[in-house]
Design a protein around this ligand. Structure first.
Ligand code: HAM
Length: 440
């Protein structure tokens, strides 16, 4: 029978990666907590109409990528392609607007988009994100961008490109769109196929094309910023001033439009050149109309999301995390000594030691070998002699020294373990434990 494989664009996270996931999640959680954000968890499955209305029916996410289906109760449901629309829905449904404002929320979890998989792009991927709902102020936008950069710094990811743009207001964009279409129409046949398709339903997306010929045509195209009224102009200037005062380097990219329709004013992306084609680590912006468009009270908001798999590609390169190790591996020889080992295991676990028993009846030499394979710091030996003396022996695998302890001498054992742990960790991963402790 053919073994069943995972779906294309989905991935198992195995032992060699999970420590990196925990590392990223812990750094994010600690940082969000210091910045006074609280976690929100929304369902993975939502009504399809939430995303159609929230993200926009002319976007690629809705047209090509959304995983939607009719469920057994004939409802049109979808696996969430992103977190913002769900949070806006939750904000309205749970009347979070009547609680403290702004609501500062963070989230993480799986998202789904039917895209062509490649390095850094999956069909099931994970995002870490924040949303600040209820306030509008360019200084908040700068603070939210700073938070993203702080997280990247905590993860050892520096040297990122930061691009910002203003998308103005909805009215300004409507006027701009018709000018942009009028400019592009004469070149229609020369545009790349994707841009031709976008010309009438989502012309702004043509601006971030990677096609060189289309880019050339766009050189002389009207600029969105030329359509800004005083409010949009001032908002963007104040954002830039705030970024400057925080010493955040950035470039203004007037072609940055993002792939979701809900943005206005601030839009930004953080990119890493080490990532290849899928180089955007973080994307976000302001969405002051989304909550009212979804039927809630008018609530300005801003947020961002990062792709965890993309963070992982960089973190794995820049940080080495210690391998899994055991405090002790228990080696014993027959049924009665294994029974003693089982009792000892419980005592050790109660004292927070990480211990494994070798359940085989193979020779001690083989059991010692497995202790090393398990990265054990010490091997606890329970033979017939130890059983009679109600004691156990410990062979420290780094020094090969051996000690004997009475069952009651746990404190003495802890001291010895601490001593050997530091030297042992250096050996198994060649890591300076002091820097390790500082990092975590
Ligand atoms: P987004 O730009 O669509 O924005 O996605 C944010 C990040 O998710 C991307 O920068 C990328 O790192 C990651 N990502 C997106 N698609 C994939 C994929 N197929 N595979 C791996 N990673 C991916 C949003 O989703 C908005 N909700 C962000 C936001 C929050 N705006 C305001 N608040």
């Amino acid at each position: 029978m053919e073994p069943i494989q995972s779906l294309r664009g989905t991935k198992d996270v195995l032992a060699d990666e999970i420590n990196y996931w925990h590392f990223i999640e812990k750094k994010a959680k600690d940082l969000f907590s210091i910045a006074n954000y609280t976690e929100i968890r929304t369902p993975i499955l939502e009504n399809s109409s939430l995303f159609e209305r929230g993200i926009g029916s002319s976007t690629d996410i809705i047209n090509k990528e959304i995983y939607s289906f009719i469920d057994k109760g004939s409802r049109n449901v979808a696996l969430r392609p992103e977190g913002t629309a769900s949070i806006a829905r939750s904000f309205i449904e749970n009347k979070l607007f009547s609680q403290k404002i702004p609501q500062k929320l963070w989230y993480s979890g799986p998202m789904f988009r039917y895209e062509r998989p490649q390095s850094g792009r999956q069909r099931q991927f994970n995002q870490l994100g924040v949303e600040v709902l209820g306030s509008v102020n360019p200084l908040i936008d700068a603070d939210v961008i700073q938070l993203a950069l702080n997280l990247l710094k905590e993860l050892g990811i520096t040297n990122c490109g930061r691009e910002v743009n203003s998308l103005g207001t909805l009215e300004e964009r409507v006027k701009y769109k018709s000018d942009l279409i009028a400019y592009l129409q004469p070149y229609e046949k020369e545009l790349d196929i994707d841009s031709q398709k976008r010309l009438y339903n989502n012309p702004l997306r043509i601006l971030d094309t990677k096609n060189l010929k289309t880019k050339d045509i766009l050189n002389e195209a009207p600029k969105l910023s030329n359509f800004f009224g005083i409010e949009s102009q001032t908002y963007f200037e104040e954002l830039c001033d705030a970024l400057n005062s925080l010493h955040i380097g950035y470039t203004v990219n007037e072609q940055l439009v993002r792939g979701l329709d809900y943005y206005n004013h601030t839009a930004f992306e953080i990119k890493s050149s080490s990532l290849g084609a899928q180089d955007t680590l973080c994307g976000g912006g302001r969405y002051d109309e989304l909550i009212s468009q979804l039927g809630g009270p008018r609530t300005p908001a801003i947020g961002w999301a990062m792709g965890i798999e993309r963070l992982l590609l960089l973190v794995k390169d820049s940080i080495s995390l210690p391998s899994q190790y055991l405090d002790f591996y228990i080696v014993s020889e027959n049924k009665s000594t294994k029974l003693k080992a089982l009792q000892l295991l419980q005592i050790f676990r109660n004292h927070n030691f990480k211990v494994e028993i070798d359940w085989s009846y193979s020779k001690f030499s083989k059991q010692f070998k497995r202790a090393s394979q398990n990265n054990a710091i010490g091997c606890i030996i329970i033979g017939e002699r130890e059983l009679q003396l109600n004691s156990f022996s410990v062979k420290w695998l780094s020094s090969k020294e051996q000690d004997s302890f009475q069952m009651s001498e746990i404190e003495k054992l802890i001291q010895k373990l601490d001593y050997y742990k530091s030297s042992y960790l250096k050996i198994i991963d060649n890591i300076d434990t002091q820097t390790l402790n500082k990092k975590f």
